[in-house]
Write a protein that binds this ligand. Structure first.
Ligand SMILES: CC(=O)N[C@H]1[C@@H](OP(=O)(O)O)O[C@H](CO)[C@@H](O)[C@@H]1O
Ligand SMILES: [Mg+2]
Length: 559
């Protein structure tokens, strides 16, 4: 076995001794990194620092990212997530090692795990290599402490450098890692310049530009009392033709992070976030989650009610798809045989509302499904020239393949001889879109700016957008069971294969409902089984979800 050298051994043993794993604690990397009560997170965060530094060594010293956040979860929680060198989520192949390391019971076990893993992966430790990890955190009170803990983990791999990028949205850090490794400008100021400039370009390319009326210019954003609202305040003055008001902005004294506000709350509860009320009827509203990688829109429906008209990730995806398709049709003609043949794909999960999938299929698009979690959707979307993916909860983006962008740019250069032609304008719109929308991960701020540009392009009101299709009523339930991992699913989580008999019971329930659809899966972030049901009425969706939840409880053992 390769000997990492005394200095390296000592550094790993020291880091592991600083933050021992308490008896009985287990960490799991799950759908989106380690998450738990912030005060218990130090061991997992320190060890994630070690993993991030090793990942950088493995990738020849390329920058890797580490972000301290628990996204939409309560303010007392915290978490850690590793960003791979391409700006995406850490390679899934490294998750088992991350889990093992986070749970290593003694410093010596941790050391042995690292030595063995380094050997398996061909990583030479203890000499001559370099590694760099970019760090960021959200606004949680435990963030500063945990960032320091992560730094200690990173330093436990000799030769590693930790760079604190400050308090950022999660997508900002992903963007920085991606850009840095591509030799592109990668500071926060560069991020702001890129999104505000490309937004301005898109607006300049609006056809028959007649300006915008006052009401449509107005947008109220619920910042979830997180980092997204604070960043939006910073760029607001540079956003032409938008009159943005940020509520739950995260400023001192404003309110508690994610508490009765934010994208997760609005999408799941379908009620107004705190700070919104009857005065907002008729105004377009958007909501971010705590680390600003999720986005939904809503309208206050009436003076008396707290319910909202929701535009979720599926409808944001549909809007983007229509806009991109329109530009491709201008360039290529409807048969896609013109100047820029494009493989255009749409990726959803089982949680996508059935009405959205039907809408997309009806307009002739290929829709593919993956398991829940951005890491799966993103990977699938990369298979296309332009791949659009969204989770219903508002996390998603539009990916432009590098080779496609080169083709698009040379086409744009050729077409510039006929500057102002519809094809030239459409190609320019696609270039600006690829610059505006975050290529590393879903990003509430850049996604919101693309929504705003597309609505102005189409001269659409919020209502026009809402009316694209009508969501089928749906219901989500959580069931606490003894061991959620005894549920095994297949077909992008839409069917249960274990325990045997459960899928048959679900099928028997579903046939009783018009437009009925139902699936169950173990959550990757909480110790629950999630039940999702859809049907033609609210009552029917509720009843289908309840019946299936009962079967799950009965078969798996309620706890
Ligand atoms: C139904 C649902 O919203 N599931 C969420 C949730 O995952 P679960 O594995 O369902 O707990 O958290 C993930 C990370 O934020 C997110 O990607 C996913 O969409
Ligand atoms: Mg989030």
């Amino acid at each position: 076995m390769a000997d990492p050298g005394d200095e390296q051994r000592a550094a790993l043993l020291a880091a592991a001794s600083l933050f021992p794993v308490p008896d009985g604690a287990t960490f799991s990397y799950g759908t989106a990194g380690f998450r738990a009560d912030g005060s218990t997170m130090a061991p997992a965060v320190c060890r994630a620092g070690i993993v991030a530094a090793l990942r950088s060594v493995k990738l020849g010293g390329a920058a890797v990212g580490l972000v301290i956040t628990a996204s939409h979860n309560p303010v007392g929680d915290n978490g850690v997530k590793i960003v791979d060198a391409d700006g995406g989520m850490m390679s899934q192949a490294w998750e088992p090692f991350s889990d093992a390391l986070a749970n290593a019971p003694t410093p010596n076990t941790l050391l042995q795990l690292v030595i063995q893993f380094a050997k398996d992966e061909g990583i030479t430790l203890g000499g001559g290599h370099s590694a760099q990890v970019l760090l960021a955190r959200d606004t949680r009170p435990t963030g500063e402490y945990l960032l320091d803990v992560a730094t200690k983990g990173i330093s436990a791999i000799v030769g590693s450098v930790a760079l604190d990028m400050g308090i950022l949205t999660t997508p900002q850090l992903h963007w920085m890692v991606r850009n840095k490794n591509r030799g592109l400008k990668a500071s926060e100021a560069d991020y702001f310049t890129q999104i505000t400039e490309s937004f301005r370009h898109l607006l300049e390319l609006t056809p028959d530009d007649k300006g915008i009326d006052e009401l449509n210019e107005k947008l109220i954003v619920d910042g979830a009392n997180g980092i997204g609202g604070l960043k939006l305040e910073q760029i607001k003055p540079n956003l032409a033709r938008l009159n943005i008001l940020v509520r739950n902005s995260g400023k001192e004294g404003d309110g508690i992070l994610n508490e009765r506000c934010g994208a997760d709350f609005v999408q799941k509860e379908k009620v107004l976030p705190l700070g919104f009320g009857p005065n907002d009827v008729g105004v377009r509203c958007a909501s971010f989650d705590g680390d600003a990688d999720r986005l939904v829109y809503f309208h206050v429906t009436s003076l008396s009610k707290t319910s909202v008209d929701l535009v979720d990730g599926d409808k944001i995806l549909s809007l983007f798809v229509l806009f991109i398709r329109e530009q491709l049709d201008i360039i290529n003609g409807k048969d896609n045989k013109g100047l820029l043949p494009t493989r255009f794909g749409v990726v959803q999960t089982a949680y996508a509302n059935g009405a959205s999938t039907e809408f997309l299929k009806n307009i002739g698009l290929e829709v593919v499904f993956t398991s829940t979690g951005v890491k799966y959707l993103h990977k699938k979307a990369l298979e296309y020239d332009i791949g659009v993916y969204f989770e219903a909860n508002g996390h998603g983006t539009v990916l432009f393949n590098d080779e496609f962008v080169s083709r698009l740019e040379s086409l744009t250069a050729r077409l510039s001889e006929a500057a102002g032609s519809p094809q030239h304008q459409a190609a320019l719109r696609l270039v600006a879109t690829s610059q505006l929308i975050n290529q590393a991960v879903g990003d509430a701020i850049s996604g919101m700016l693309l929504v705003e540009a597309v609505l102005q392009h189409k001269r659409w009101s919020f209502q026009n957008w809402c009316d694209l299709y009508t969501d089928l009523p749906s219901k989500q339930l959580k069931v606490k069971v003894k061991d959620r991992t005894s549920i095994v699913t297949t077909d992008a989580e839409r069917k249960v294969c274990q325990p045997s008999g459960l899928q048959e019971l679900i099928d028997k329930e579903v046939v009783n409902y018009s437009h009925g659809r139902c699936f169950v899966r173990p959550s990757g972030t909480e110790d629950v089984v999630r039940v999702y049901a859809e049907a033609s009425t609210v009552e029917a969706a509720d009843s289908l979800a309840k019946s299936v939840a009962h079967h799950v409880e009965r078969i798996l053992g309620f706890c």
